[in-house]
Design a protein around this ligand. Structure first.
Ligand SMILES: [Zn+2]
Length: 616
């Protein structure tokens, strides 16, 4: 089933992407950084001069590192792997030295102080060389366990993922769901305990209370205020999630039986939602579709019929951005990108956007002619247009205002692209659009199954990790604390009781790989704030979900002002700029407004049902 909006968890590859404590080569060998002593540096001279040197150095290093990584990902060989690892080690060493040197400076101006703060955020490694090595070893080992794990001989991708998405057999889903957790978590848990201790040591050595506090320090507000903000916004959107949960539980009960689905205290089982972590429910759309005689819009057949290929699909997306008054993509984009899967070599196909500095911007993607990929292209180009707009900033500012901004740019555009009137305007829908309420509900439910269903998940992952890093959750409580959060936020029950060895967090890539996750919560919400603000500027009248900013240069200009800032201002200031003062913090209002038709429809469907679940 093709859905209207894809929700890709991709990474934009800029400077910060290379701040990883360890590099793993293709053959699994792992190399540890930081084995050379940091030179003693004279701690005098002005911060201004120091920062100038740092920015210049980062320009060179990040270009080198990106080139080496690009060479590897577009041609997987041991040789390219070694070169990429070498470049990354060089980068990591240089960063550690820069961080150490920066402690001698205070900075005079606001901008100098901000840049010195951003340098500090690049840190997190313990002072001790032995600790550094052990931390890197642990992360490599955990990632290796995760990425080589198999259940009954089958790896997660594509096999187990496909089973969860396509099987409608309760027992098969149950054994696959539990099986994946059995072959990952218990092996990762003992390593993770030690990893937490050493990560916290690194945070301490860099002046932070714990590793979670270091992560939250990147949001231009106190750690406590940030935590409070996220909880507040979650409570804003919770009623909508509860309605969706209630409807889905009833539909699944029709399919699998009430006794198996409508569990005590309002929960439903976690393994029936079409995804290993129940974070994306779009794969069970066929069980949930409100009006079966109204098909959801899918422009794939029209793309094929009109002879689109990878190149012309990327051109089509570019024309959307150009319609906002933006520059064409640089010429080198078309000569240096990898837009299709090459026949002669192995590559990493997962779509990603790359910034090499000096407006050298590329996409790596094995494009297929489908609606899903067309939307992914808009998402990836969103990264590139952000990169392009802030290209004149110094290296430390050539980044998103906050990590969640980068993921939200292209997604904001997608909200305009999927409007049927827009698809007709660009010739991908022929004939009249039957703009019926049934069509609207079918389309909104499809979007909600990714964009609403994901919200509790992207919140709970880092809430658990923050509690673990702070020591509030002790190792013996890792699993029970996790289960409690899944129940409290997602309203889902593990379908089989845990044993003392279980460690379900280890069954999700971002835990063993130690990739922060809360950015996806911010991105999921702020794209609707951007959309609402730009639609207002564009003079849109009518419901928010019918707005497309295509062709509106005034809205484009307003957004460009924010894009050009990069990370030179706080994210709150950047948001204020993008919304002409309407917003200066995360707000669940616009996402609720967007889904008004669906919410009203769900409330009607759920009349007479007891919605919600036990939350303490
Ligand atoms: Zn992305």
């Amino acid at each position: 089933m093709k859905l209207l909006v894809s929700f890709q968890f991709c990474l934009a590859l800029g400077i910060l992407a290379w701040v990883l404590p360890v590099a793993i080569s293709a053959n699994g060998a792992q190399i540890v950084l930081g084995t050379e002593p940091i030179e003693q540096t004279a701690k005098h001279g002005s911060a201004k001069k120091f920062l100038k040197r740092v920015n210049k150095r980062l320009d060179v290093l990040s270009a080198e590192t990106s080139e080496a990584a690009w060479a590897y990902e577009t041609n997987i060989t041991d040789h390219n792997s070694d070169l990429a690892t070498e470049a990354q080690l060089k980068m990591n060493k240089a960063l550690m030295k820069i961080i150490a040197d920066s402690s001698g400076y205070k900075g005079k101006s606001k901008s100098e102080k901000r840049q010195l703060h951003l340098i500090k955020l690049l840190g997190g490694m313990p002072d001790s060389k032995d600790d550094q090595k052990e931390l890197a070893d642990l992360q490599a080992e955990m990632t290796k366990i995760y990425s080589t794990a198999k259940y009954l001989g089958a790896p997660l991708d594509p096999n187990l993922t496909d089973t969860l998405a396509t099987s409608r057999d309760y027992d098969v889903l149950l054994s696959t769901y539990i099986g994946w957790r059995n072959v990952t978590g218990p092996f990762i848990k003992p390593l993770y305990e030690k990893f937490v201790t050493l990560s916290n040591q690194g945070a301490h050595d860099n002046g932070y209370d714990d590793a979670g506090a270091l992560w939250r320090a990147g949001y231009d507000m106190s750690s406590e205020d940030f935590t409070e903000l996220i909880e507040k916004v979650w409570n804003q959107v919770l009623p909508l999630y509860e309605q969706l949960h209630c409807y889905v539980r009833a539909k699944l009960a029709e399919k699998y039986g009430k006794d198996r689905v409508e569990l005590e205290d309002g929960f439903m089982p976690a393994h029936l939602l079409g995804n290993m972590w129940s974070q994306d429910w779009s794969h069970i759309y066929d069980l949930l579709i409100p009006y079966t005689d109204v098909l959801p819009i899918d422009v794939t057949p029209e793309l094929v019929k009109q002879g689109y290929d990878a190149y012309s699909m990327h051109r089509l997306s570019e024309s959307f951005y150009k319609s906002l008054g933006y520059d064409p993509l640089p010429q080198t984009f078309w000569t240096k990108s990898m837009l299709t899967r090459p026949a002669d070599r192995e590559v990493v196909c997962h779509a990603s956007a790359w910034d090499f500095g000096n407006d050298d911007l590329r996409i790596k993607m094995c494009t297929t002619v489908t609606q899903e990929d067309l939307l992914t292209i808009h998402h990836e180009q969103g990264h590139l247009y952000y990169d392009h707009h802030y290209r004149k900033q110094p290296a430390l500012y050539r980044d998103a205002a906050a990590d969640f901004f980068h993921e939200a740019i292209g997604d904001t555009m997608e909200l305009s692209v999927v409007v049927p009137q827009h698809l007709k305007e660009i010739g991908l829908i022929k004939g009249d659009i039957k703009d019926s309420p049934e069509q609207t509900i079918n389309a909104q439910l499809a979007v909600a199954l990714t964009k609403i269903a994901v919200l509790p998940w992207v919140y709970l992952v880092d809430q658990w990790r923050w509690k673990v890093f702070s020591g509030e959750v002790k190792p013996e409580d890792y699993q029970t604390a996790w289960i409690k959060l899944v129940e409290k936020y997602q309203g889902l029950k593990r379908p089989y009781p845990s044993t003392p060895d279980d460690f379900d967090p280890g069954a999700k890539f971002h835990i063993p790989a130690n990739v922060p996750y809360i950015r996806y919560f911010g991105a999921a919400l702020i794209q609707f704030q951007f959309h609402a603000a730009l639609c207002k500027t564009a003079g849109h009248e009518g419901p928010l979900h019918t707005c497309s900013i295509y062709g509106n240069k005034k809205a484009g200009k307003q957004f460009a002002k924010m894009l050009s800032l990069g990370r030179s201002k706080t994210w709150q200031e950047a948001l204020r700029t993008a919304s002409r003062g309407e917003f200066d913090t995360l707000d669940g209002g616009p996402i609720l407004e967007y889904f008004t038709p669906l919410r009203e429809w769900l409330e009607k469907q759920n009349e007479g049902r007891t919605c919600g679940w036990k939350k303490d």
